[in-house]
Design a protein around this ligand. Structure first.
Ligand code: HMG
Ligand code: MG
Length: 297
């Protein structure tokens, strides 16, 4: 078995830092991730720059990025304006990001739940015409800070509509990190019952309540083979109060190595990158594996 790690540190990680990281540090971060063996690295977002000032330098970042052959560098795109900007800067892969709940759709996208699809539809259609690959995220798959628990059926309804636009994969986001393994099982079963199998799904766990690794193992056992993670465990969503860092890529790689599952990632080199980045961010990495290995590096 091989697991694909979809690295989101440069996007989900850096979008939530108080400091705006200089563009050359971001480029070095992404370069180090590729050198450590990661093959899918979500580089940045073409969202409204006043909504996420931390990633306002998306165009500049991509223009000067050293691209390693064989590595994919998807970016987040919410609307046609974002797609135009992404196309101008050589992007070949994008991700749209929908919400399973009404409140978060309004807070994160300034749209109602239903009208988010009107925003995404022309983005996906035009991206496919240009030969781009399009992934979809769905956020608040487990609970929402304003609406409470979210029923699997609601997530499946939204997820299905996003996939039907023409997306190759749906990443299930536990944006605020409250999910637990039984809930993961119920959600994946609900997708399966509607004909969406684990080969079309990825998982995106934030680690707020320390459940990300247990949830990931549950998903792997149910056949999911793409896992989103953030080097050093940085991350969160500025529009979801109480969201903290993503599952740390190092924690994931440690577990996968132990299970004998191939990732192609060099754990020591990744950890060294997190220690280097922590120096730039002015705070230690929350990853347990980074903290443990730091003593040896
Ligand atoms: P809006 O204000 O409703 O946009 O924002 P609008 O369509 O009304 O346009 C207003 C103005 O903004 C126009 O300019 C547009 O051109 C401009 P004007 O004509 O007034 O001069 N504009 C843009 N400029 C640059 N780039 C753009 C863009 N779009 C419009 N793309 C919008 C709507 C969706 C853009 C806004 O709400 C937004 O940017 N939201 C993004 C929020 C965000 O990035 N959140 C974090 C990512 S999601 C996440 O982290 C969750 C995830 O990790 C999964 C999980 O954990 O669950 C993926
Ligand atoms: Mg996220």
């Amino acid at each position: 078995m091989r697991v694909t790690i979809y690295e989101v540190g440069p996007r989900d990680g850096l979008q939530n830092e108080d400091v705006v990281v200089p563009v050359e540090v971001k480029r070095e971060f992404i370069g180090r991730l590729a050198d450590a063996g990661l093959t899918t690295i979500e580089a940045t977002s073409f969202v409204h720059p006043t909504w996420v000032p931390q990633l306002a330098d998306a165009a500049e970042l991509l223009d000067g990025l050293r691209r390693v052959p064989g590595v994919r560098y998807p970016v987040l795109v919410p609307n046609e304006r974002g797609l135009d900007r992404a196309l101008e800067h050589g992007v070949t892969e994008i991700a749209i990001f929908g919400s399973a709940t009404e409140t978060f759709a309004r807070r994160n996208l300034n749209r109602s739940l239903d009208s988010q699809f009107e925003m995404f539809e022309p983005v996906v259609a035009r991206a496919l015409e240009h030969g781009l690959r399009v992934r979809a995220y769905v956020s608040m798959c487990f609970a929402d800070p304003w609406e409470g628990q979210v029923a699997p059926a609601q997530v499946v309804r939204v997820g299905r509509r996003l996939l039907d636009l023409g997306c190759y994969e749906l990443s299930l986001g536990d944006t605020i990190g409250v999910g637990t393994p039984a809930h993961v099982t119920a959600l994946l079963e609900a997708f399966g019952a509607e004909g969406v199998g684990p080969e079309r799904l990825a998982v995106h766990f934030h680690d707020t309540y320390g459940q990300a690794l247990a949830n990931t193992l549950t998903a792997l056992r149910m056949g999911v083979t793409t896992v989103d993670a953030s080097t050093g465990g940085i991350g969160g969503c500025p529009y979801a109060k109480s969201a903290t860092g993503n599952l740390a890529t190092e924690d994931l790689v440690w577990m996968l190595d132990g299970l004998g599952i191939e990732t192609g990632v060099d754990l020591r080199s990744l950890t060294a990158t997190s220690l280097w980045l922590a120096g730039k961010l002015g705070r230690p990495s929350p990853s347990r594996v980074v903290q443990a290995l730091a003593k040896e590096i």
